[in-house]
Design a protein around this ligand. Structure first.
Ligand SMILES: Cc1ncc(COP(=O)(O)O)c(C=O)c1O
Length: 440
């Protein structure tokens, strides 16, 4: 067996059918701009911009140069009681583009860590204010908040929860999700139906007494469950209920932050201000793993009590504020500004929406959903084989058409580059239509 083959055996791949993968591997060895390349030099167009990560394209020269410079200048720096110049600079820059009132930024290494950090901040915030009874956390069905125990517990993706069900953290309830094809199939953007479902929070506040609830966490637009935009008025109503009961509102913006919905944050786009925002992915364009939790001043201030020599929050990671990741983040934020990336993303929305909804007439398609540059084409499942059609399309696109297309079961998901070329985007969807035609 060749060295390459034994490498393939050793890597236990995440969220992958490992045995199926090894029968005919899909391995990328290079990338530039909007394309991946394989070892034999084949170029593949990336319809998912990484994993929602690489909005400005792969290997952006400014980001590559910043990382190269930083790794030679300061490769690592202790992050507890000492830190590095780039981490402070990046925190300031993130706060500069955050909605008004957000004052502080806590660095993590991933979306999952951002979520668990945010949940811990919420619990500790209430305790610091003398409301330690507020321990209950609320998530939502179909929510995805990463794979750590907190995020998994508030999340609502059944396959991710199933095996760990007895070990999920106690004291968590879930709102109903808002995807109902009878009422909101083929909505363009936000569906008109479903605002009333935010009222589930009021019901839970009635059941437990709102004074026992610490926080509710939602993705402003659910991503991993297959792009579920919030119904009109839904997030506004959620904010109102939180205010009435003193509940913290956490927006998980690991996908929606940094231009994906045409603004720096979903909070800005929807005009609804949460208390805490979690981010990752677009913070560094995926180049170096990094996440950030940003909080409003009242949250931060609640911690800044007691003797000043005491650590205010016993939490952090060896790599929080890593200088190379922070340098990547600074370069990425520069590019967003210099190239007008968020505005460019906003200008592509209508074209993207029109292309996606042109699939509505296809007999295998049961729904099309979109918001910003997030989109989904939901296919009918084959009898007795949910997910098989989606996976076959993914593989056919990769091997025969040189397109990387993500499927979540039978939902084809799309995350175009924020600086997509319209012709390229159009061509990729022509190919996808042909592939949908040709599979069973
Ligand atoms: C909304 C949301 N939260 C959290 C996560 C977890 O992020 P990570 O995979 O970086 O841990 C994701 C990942 O896709 C996500 O979409």
């Amino acid at each position: 067996m060749s060295a390459a083959a034994s490498n393939i055996d050793a890597f236990w791949m995440p969220f992958t059918a490992n045995r199926d993968f090894r029968t005919k591997p899909r391995i990328i060895s290079g990338a530039s701009g909007h394309y991946y390349t394989t070892a034999d030099g084949t170029r593949l167009y990336d319809t998912f911009s990484g994993l929602w990560t690489c909005g400005i394209g792969h290997c952006h020269p400014k980001v590559v140069a910043a990382v190269q410079r930083q790794v030679a200048e300061l490769d690592y720096c202790i992050g507890f009681q000492v830190s590095n110049d780039k981490a402070f600079a990046l925190a300031e820059r993130v706060i500069d583009i955050a909605p008004e009132g957000f004052s502080n930024c806590f660095f993590t290494n991933s979306g999952s860590e951002s979520v668990d950090t945010a949940l811990k901040i919420a619990l500790a915030y209430h305790r610091a204010r003398g409301e330690g009874n507020r321990t209950r956390l609320i998530g939502r069905e179909k929510g995805y908040h990463g794979v750590n125990f907190g995020g998994m517990s508030v999340g609502g993706m059944v396959p991710n929860r199933k095996v760990f069900s007895p070990n999920l953290i106690p004291g968590v309830d879930h709102l109903r999700h808002t995807l109902d094809l009878q009422h909101n199939a083929f909505s363009r953007g936000q569906p008109e139906w479903g605002m009333h479902l935010a009222g589930d929070l009021e019901r839970l506040a009635g059941l437990h007494d709102g004074s026992n609830i610490a926080a509710v966490i939602v993705e402003p637009v659910a991503g991993s469950a297959g792009i579920i935009p919030p119904p009109v008025g839904y997030l506004e109503k959620m904010r109102e209920i939180c205010d009435r009961h003193g509940i913290l509102l956490i927006f998980d913006e690991v996908i929606t932050a940094f231009g994906r919905v045409g603004k720096a944050f979903g909070a800005e786009r929807f005009g609804v201000k949460p208390d805490i925002i979690t981010t990752a992915k677009g913070l560094t364009n995926g180049v170096i793993p990094m996440g950030a939790v940003i909080v409003r001043d009242h949250v931060y201030d609640a911690f800044m009590q007691g003797p000043p020599h005491m650590i205010e929050f016993f939490h952090g990671y060896t790599y929080s504020g890593h200088p190379v990741a922070a340098a990547a983040g600074l370069a990425v934020l520069d590019v967003y500004k210099e190239e007008g990336t968020f505005e460019q993303a906003a200008s592509l929305e209508q074209t993207f929406e029109d292309i996606l909804h042109s699939f509505a007439d296809h007999d295998k398609v049961i729904d099309v959903r979109n918001f910003g540059l997030m989109g989904a084409i939901e296919l009918a499942s084959r009898d007795g084989a949910p997910g098989a059609r989606g996976l076959e399309i993914h593989k056919k696109c990769f091997w025969d058409e040189h397109l990387v297309v993500r499927n979540g079961m039978d939902v084809l998901q799309f995350s175009p580059f924020l600086n997509s070329d319209v012709d390229e985007m159009q061509r990729s969807f022509e190919v996808i239509r042909r592939v949908i035609d040709t599979v069973d």
